[in-house]
Design a protein around this ligand. Structure first.
Ligand code: ZN
Length: 77
């Protein structure tokens, strides 16, 4: 059973923006340090790990910045 959803104007834009954000989060495995930081445990933030960063699109903020694999941030959980 399918339910059709009709959205217009601002509501449609918000819906699309949200869908794009979700797509980034699921398809992109790389995030920047400021976005990944909240997912670290308190103990992890005190340790100084060296992660490999490369320039790419952050899965959370969507900016073109140095990013690293989300495994370095507990897979964002
Ligand atoms: Zn980011």
């Amino acid at each position: 059973m399918y339910k059709l959803l009709y959205l217009e104007g601002e509501e449609a834009e918000r819906f699309i923006a949200k869908a794009e954000e979700n797509e980034r989060k699921y398809l992109n495995d790389h995030v920047c340090y400021p976005c990944g930081l909240p997912y670290l445990t308190e103990q992890q933030t005190k340790m100084h790990h060296v992660h490999t960063y490369h320039l790419g699109e952050c899965a959370i903020c969507g900016h073109e910045v140095p990013v690293t694999h989300k495994r370095n941030f507990n897979y964002l959980r």
